[in-house]
Design a protein. Structure first.
Length: 414
């Protein structure tokens, strides 16, 4: 009852405001002052046009509107305002009042649901967000993968129209690789290499994809590909790294360590992958019972500048730990703006999801931290470090390695 009383008062006030002009109508007579204002406005338009603030079309439109107002003001001066008859005022007032009241009640009936008890209305409102948010959450979970699939389809269509574009084949291979479609990645990289046979970087990417497709085994074909890379570019970091992996798999641990130590020593000081490479050298030596303390102390990365090559993801314990590196981000920059974030975010999401289901993956946590750093998300990088420390609380050596890797990236726990 109280609610209806309040509504009635509000409606009455609204009706009075609307009806006031009908009872107190008056003519609008322009005064000379009004005409002076319009003349000033015309002058201002000309000044703005002369200063280049508006073009001729805008100036013409403004002049037309001002001149229309001047003419209207002139007509008002020539004819006094007409008054509204009392009978017409009454009919108009009644009509407007009816529209205001009936319209307001209709809106309330449609939106306020007066047929529901007040408690039920509150319950309905309280439950509404959850019913709306549920499909939104599901949609957000699928959006990233959907965007990436759309990107790949666009690349495939582009290459169907222009199959002789090596750069597009390279980006498609990179996309397949990060979608864990390794067989397709090998095929795409191979097409790129066929179009640019003397490009060592493309051949190195092909070799890496071949390794991952073979369950992280450096097959004879992959090793031959890396040898071709080194014949063109003897200092290619990716090829040298996998050459060491091949030696480990063939039982030549000492040879692998020597290969990696030479690579570590020649690495630029700002290369992101040096901390991972050092950890791999230490672990491999420890498992083989080889003391490399003195050699590691002597092997210091050079002071040069890192190349685009990034070994942080290379053979880091399997494809499950692959995340976006600096190279990945550079590759993403070559895509359309609407595709860039989707691709990088999807890779990070897949990596984080895998770590949720398989948390005992030290290299994976290091990669996730690096991914967050590359994406300039320090907060999430620190969160990944804290979670990894908790997961490996019962493995002090592994925990120490994760912390050291984090510190090398500038991620320091409180």
């Amino acid at each position: 009852m109280t609610l209806w009383l309040i509504l009635t008062l509000l409606l009455g006030a609204a009706a009075l405001i609307v009806l006031a002009p009908f009872f107190f109508g008056r003519g609008v007579n322009a005064t000379p002052t009004s005409l002076d204002v319009y003349k000033d406005q015309l002058a201002e338009v000309e000044r703005d046009k002369a200063q280049g603030q508006i073009d001729e079309a805008e100036a013409a439109s403004a002049r037309l509107e001002i001149e229309r107002r001047i003419l209207a003001a002139g007509r008002s001066d020539a004819a006094p305002a007409q008054t509204v008859s009392a009978n017409w005022q009454y009919r108009m007032a009644t009509g407007v009042a009816s529209i205001v009241v009936l319209g307001s009640v209709g809106l309330y009936a449609a939106l306020g649901r007066p047929d529901l008890p007040s408690a039920q209305s509150r319950a309905q409102v309280a439950s509404a967000p959850s019913s709306v948010q549920a499909p939104q959450v599901a949609q957000a979970a699928d959006a990233s993968q959907g965007d990436v699939d759309g990107l790949v389809k666009r690349l495939e269509k582009r290459l169907a129209d222009n199959p002789n574009d090596p750069e597009s084949w390279r980006v498609l291979g990179w996309s397949y690789y990060n979608m864990s479609r390794y067989k397709d990645a090998v095929a795409a990289y191979r097409r790129a290499v066929d179009l640019q046979k003397d490009n060592p970087a493309l051949k190195a990417l092909l070799g890496e994809a071949m390794v991952v497709e073979a369950n992280n085994t450096v097959t004879d074909a992959a090793l031959a590909t890396f040898e071709e890379v080194l014949a063109i570019s003897p200092n290619d970091e990716r090829a040298r790294f996998f050459k060491g992996v091949a030696k480990v798999q063939k039982g030549d641990t000492r040879g692998a360590i020597d290969e990696w130590l030479a690579l570590y020593k020649a690495a630029p000081a700002d290369a992101e992958w040096t901390s991972d490479l050092r950890s791999r050298i230490e672990e491999t030596a420890q498992q083989a019972g080889i003391n490399i303390t003195a050699q590691l102390a002597e092997a210091r990365p050079s002071s040069g500048t890192a190349k685009a090559t990034d070994l942080a993801s290379a053979h880091s314990g399997g494809a499950a730990t692959t995340g976006p590196t600096a190279t990945d981000v550079e590759n993403a920059k070559q895509l359309k703006p609407e595709d860039q974030q989707a691709m990088v975010a999807s890779m990070v999401d897949r990596l984080a999801g895998r770590l949720e289901s398989s948390p005992k993956d030290a290299d994976g946590w290091i990669m996730l931290m690096r991914s967050r750093v590359v994406m300039k998300d320090a907060g999430k990088a620190l969160a990944a470090l804290e979670k990894a420390k908790t997961i490996f609380a019962d493995e002090p050596e592994t925990q120490k390695r994760i912390i050291q890797a984090a510190e090398a990236m500038g991620v320091v726990a409180n």
